[in-house]
Design a protein. Structure first.
Length: 453
């Protein structure tokens, strides 16, 4: 038996030891899901909706416990963790409205009637990362279950605790056995088997672009569907006509939330040259004001990194030649702490400017005009999210249309709303999650012609 220790990132103490599934256990879970599929797909849309609402209510009843488990599981601040547990509840309630809205079409044809149906795919394998264990899991399993599929979910090895509890709550809420299973394990074992097992008809993966490419290539062998949400290097574009005080005050929270371990982090701040110096003056106290500390304290705004290895990786981006403008604070003692850090890049090839750091490090660079801002914003292989700060509505729309990214906010850093689509351009991913069409991504369109002549 292979096990893994779950370590609290704020204390470095082991909080649980979890058994990891091997290939045989993975195959058994997939087989159970395949058997459960035939009866689950036959559940009427209204009854499937009722079961999902009961699942949402079960999550809501345990929201505080889930949040506090996530604080120990992933080092998230309690405020973030409460939002994340609430997001699972909300995604389930939203998904409960989808089974009865998977509408087909009646298409005018000669000689009869033509109709379409949205048919579930079968078994869906979901691979969840460690940075947002609860919500990212729900973005996959909520709509997948709503569409009539069964789900086998693999949480990250570092953060399996809340996913395991969600699987238990699904059964307690009345979902039929084996319709939703959570099996902790290594990506190279469980995740790889999702890719190669012929009964798994779709893989949903959130994680690095490198691994996403491997999954996509593996799924191609069986013409298996994939949804990929991968890396990001998002830009926060600040024009001179923006509310500079507000833009500077909010910028830290656009990148340092979850200690920068966020694919949507606005890790490149682009500021129009005429207000560049003023913006930096305002940004420094805002960064130094970010409260870094005990994630269980409601006043804390930023917690630790996920592990010692990841902290070492983030630190590797700050080379001796790196020009650090200023930093925030970090606690002393145990915990995988790293201070909020602002860098002035030395040139367009600087690693900290071009690669995803996935930590609390942000670059600030000047631009000349609208065209220059777009050139810099799009000078990356990624295209997941971003922000635009301006008081000119026309400019906001022009720049939003020009930035090559899937999710943009004007005078805001919000990227995710469960009722709107989410996904990336370029190497940030493939497909969309959330929103009114989320369940359709877990269906095949079947066309049926009825002859009347």
């Amino acid at each position: 038996m292979t096990t893994t220790d779950v370590v609290d990132p704020a204390t470095e103490k082991v909080v649980a030891t979890i058994e990891l599934a091997d290939e045989a256990a993975t195959d058994a879970a997939i087989a159970r899901a395949q058997r459960a599929f035939e009866s689950w797909r036959a559940v009427t849309p209204g009854d499937r909706a009722r079961l999902l609402r009961r699942f949402a209510d079960a999550v809501d009843a345990e929201l505080e416990q889930l949040a506090r488990l996530e604080v120990r599981n992933a080092g998230h601040t309690i405020g973030n963790a409460r939002w994340e547990a609430g997001n699972v509840r909300d995604v389930l309630h939203y998904s409960a409205g989808l089974p009865e809205r998977l509408l087909g079409s009646q298409i005018p044809v000669a000689g009869g009637v033509d109709i379409t149906f949205c048919e579930p795919l079968g078994v869906v394998g979901i691979i969840v990362p460690w940075n947002f264990p609860m919500p990212i899991a729900a973005w996959g399993f909520g709509p997948a279950l709503a569409a009539g599929n069964t789900v086998v979910l693999k949480p990250a090895e570092l953060t399996p605790l809340t996913a395991i509890r969600l699987g238990e709550l699904a059964v307690e809420a009345g979902l039929p056995e084996h319709v939703f299973q959570v099996i902790p394990g290594k990506g190279s074992v469980v995740g790889a088997r999702f890719v190669t097992h012929p009964a798994v008809r779709k893989v949903v993966f959130t994680g690095s672009t490198e691994v996403g490419k491997q999954i996509m290539a593996g799924c191609a062998d069986q013409v298996k569907r994939v949804t990929l949400e991968l890396g990001g290097k998002s830009a926060n574009i600040v024009f001179a006509d923006a509310d500079i005080e507000r833009a500077a005050a909010t910028a830290p929270y656009g990148v340092f939330d979850n200690a920068g371990q966020d694919c949507c982090a606005r890790s490149r701040i682009l500021v129009q040259r005429s207000v560049f110096d003023r913006f930096l003056e305002l940004l420094e106290p805002a960064v130094q004001g970010v409260v870094v500390g005990d994630p269980s304290d409601a006043a804390t705004e930023m917690g630790p990194l996920i592990s010692a290895a990841h902290r070492e990786r983030v630190a590797g981006f700050l080379e001796p030649s790196t020009k650090v403008a200023f930093t925030g604070s970090r606690p002393e003692g145990p915990g995988f702490w790293f201070p909020p850090t602002v860098v002035l890049p030395s040139g367009p090839e600087d690693r900290v400017l071009t690669e995803e750091v996935f930590g609390p490090v942000v670059t600030v660079s000047p631009f000349e005009d609208e065209a220059d801002a777009l050139r810099l914003a799009n000078d990356t292989e990624f295209g997941l999210s971003g922000s635009i700060w301006t008081s000119d509505v026309g400019r906001a729309l022009r720049v939003a249309r020009g930035v090559e990214a899937g999710n943009l906010s004007v005078n805001s850093h919000s990227s995710v709303r469960y009722w709107t689509p989410f996904g990336g351009f370029k190497q940030s991913g493939l497909g969309r999650e959330l929103g009114p069409d989320a369940a359709r991504a877990f269906t095949e369109t079947k066309n049926v012609f009825l002859a009347t002549e």
